[in-house]
Write a protein that binds this ligand. Sequence first.
Ligand code: C2E
Ligand code: MG
Ligand code: MG
Length: 628
Amino acid sequence: MSLRPPKAFSFRSIWSLTDWSGDTVAIPPQGRMNTQDQPVTPDSGATRSELWSAMKRATIMMVDDEPITLEIIQMFLEDAGYTHFVNVTDAREAIDTLERERPDIVLLDLLMPHVSGFDILQEIRNHERFEHLPVVVLTSSSDAPTKLKALEMGATDFLAKPVDESELVLRVRNTLAAKAYQDRLTYIDRLTGLPNRQMLLDRLDWAMKHAQRYAQTGALLQIDIDRFREIKEALGPSRADALLKGISTRLEGACRESDLLNVLSETESSAGLARWGGEEFSLLLLGQLNPDSIARIACRVLKAMDEPFVIGEQEIFASLSVGIATFPDDGADIDAVQHNAAIAARSLQSSQANPHGAFQFYCKELNARTLTRLDMESELRRALNRGELELHYQPKYAVDSESVIGAECLLRWQHPERGQIPPADFIPIAEETGLIVDIGQWVIDDACRQLAQWLAAGLSPGQLAVNVSAQQFRHRDFVSSVADALTRHGVAARHLKIELTESLLMRDPQAVAAMLTELRALGVQLSIDDFGTGYSSLAYLSALPIDELKIDRSFLTHVESRRESAAIVRAILALAHSLEMNVVAEGVETAGQLDFLKAHQCNAFQGFLFSRPIPAPDFTALLPPAAP
Ligand code: C2E
Ligand code: MG
Ligand code: MG
C-alpha cells in the first residue's frame, strides 16, 4: 500500500524525463504546462544548478515492507531536496504502481513477504518499458552471492541497510544523473532536440491510462509538413534539415506552456511536442479538453508557419496538415490513436485544398475512406497486374480558338471494392515503395498505345502529356524506356509531352540537363508542371530545353479577385514568352479566368470550366478527324 496516496494529478509534464536529461546545453521544455509544477526549466541554456533542481523533481519509488524504513529514506531524500515519492509496502502492488506512476528510479528491498525483491526485479527487466529503469537494491545481507545474483538480474546499484544518509543521497544522485544521460541518448531527437518517437509512444501510452483513470481527455495532433518531399528535393538534404529545425523552433514557440494554458484556460492540462520522425511532428495534449480548445491549439500551430523561412538565400513557405485524434474516444490503444491522427492528417494532404495548411479531426468516415497504408501498398502492387489502373484524359484547349489541342493523362485506380481512388491518395505511396517506376512506365506505354489507336482511327489527338515523378525520371532506363514505348506502338515522338515538376529539375542540374537534352533529341516535348509553387530559379530554367510552363492552379483561383495573383500570372506569361516557352493555365473554372487568359495571351488552358478529366471513349468523341 502506498503510504501517501498518489496525487490525483501526479504528473508534472508529459516529458518529465527531459526536465533533467542533459548537461549544460539547451533543453527545451517542450510545452510543459502543468501549473502545479514549479519551478520550470528555462527555455535554453539550463545551468548546472537549474538542472540539479530539475533533477530533484524526479519521481522516486520505494518498495519495502517496513513502513519505518520508507519513512526514514524519504526523510533523508526530502532533506536532500527531492519532492516526488511513491511508496509501496505491499510488494504485490509494485508492478501496477510502477506502470501507473512511471518513476524515474526504484529503490527496492530484496527481502519481503509474498513476493521477493528478486521477483520484482525480474519482472521489471522483462517489461519492455522498464528494461532500462534504474533499480537500486536495498539489502541488509552483505553476502557476495546475493549481490551477485541481484547484479545478474539487472540491479543498477546496491545500498546497505540500515541506510546511511550520505551514501543514499550520493547513490540516488549518481544514478539519476546516469539515467539522464542515457535518456538523452535514447529519447531525444538529435536534429531538433525534441523528444523522439520512442518517448512520444511511451508518454502516449501513459497519458491514455492517465486519461482513463482520472476521466480526462487527451489529444494527439499529428503535424505533417506539406510537400516536404518536394521541398527536400529542391533544397537538398542539409538545407532541408535546416528547414526542419526552423519549423521545429516555431512549433515549440507555438506550443509554449503559458500560451497554451491561456488557450485552454484550464489548470490541469499538459502538453508535449515531439518529433515523430521525418517531416512529422506530434503534439500530445492531456487535461479537461474539448473540441474547441483543441481546435484553437491547432490554429496556433498552423499560424506558426505564416512567415516564410529563410534558408540560405531562399525564402520558403511551409504549410502543415494537422490530424487530430482524441482519446479515449478515437482509440483504445496507442496504435489506434496514432493511426487515426495520421489518417486525419493524410486526408488533408490528399485533398490539397488548402495551401495555407489545415487541421482535421479524426472521424469514422475518414477511416472508411482512407486505406491503411499497408493495405494500399500490397493492393497497389497487384493493381498493375490486375489492370485496375486506368488513364483519364483532361482536354487542353487553345485559348484563342478554344479548340482541343491535346490532353493531360491522369492516372485513376479503379479499386474493385473501394471505387475510384484519386492519384493524390496512392502516388505518394507508389513513390515511397518504388512502385512508381513500374506504374510510370505503364502510364507512358498506355498513353502511346492510346495515341496509336486514335491515330489509326483517323483522328487527331494532338499531344498527350504524361506526368513523370522524380524517382521515375531519375531511373537510369527512363529515356530509353520512353523511346521503346514510342517505337513499340509506332507513334511519332511529337505527340508525346512529358510533365516534370520544378523541384525535380533543381537537383543535380547537370544530370537533369543532359537527360532533358536526350529526351528533346527524341522529339518529345517537355513541360514544367505546377509552375510557381516550386523553388526553381528562372535563370536556371531558361538554360534548359523546355517547351512549356503550366501555371499552377492556385494562381488561377484568385486571378480575378487578388491583384497579386493577377500580377504573378502576368509576370509568368511575360517571362515565358520572352524565353519562347508556351504557357498552359491549369484549373480554369470560370469564364472570368478564361477572359483574363485571353487578355494576356496565355497559349492554352485546361480546367473544369470546359472539361474534367474523362475516360478515353469520352475524349474520343471530342477529337476532330486528322487533316488529310
Ligand atoms: P497535375 O499534374 O497538376 O494534374 C492536374 C490536376 O488538377 C488533376 O488532378 C486535375 O483533375 C485537376 N484539375 C484540373 N482542372 C481543374 C479545375 O478546374 N479545378 C480543380 N479543382 N482541379 C482541376 P488529379 O487527376 O487528381 O491529379 C492530381 C495529381 O496527381 C496530378 O497533378 C499529378 O501530379 C499526379 N498524377 C496524376 N497522374 C499521374 C501519373 O500518371 N504519374 C504521376 N507521377 N503523377 C500523376
Ligand atoms: Mg500534370
Ligand atoms: Mg499541375
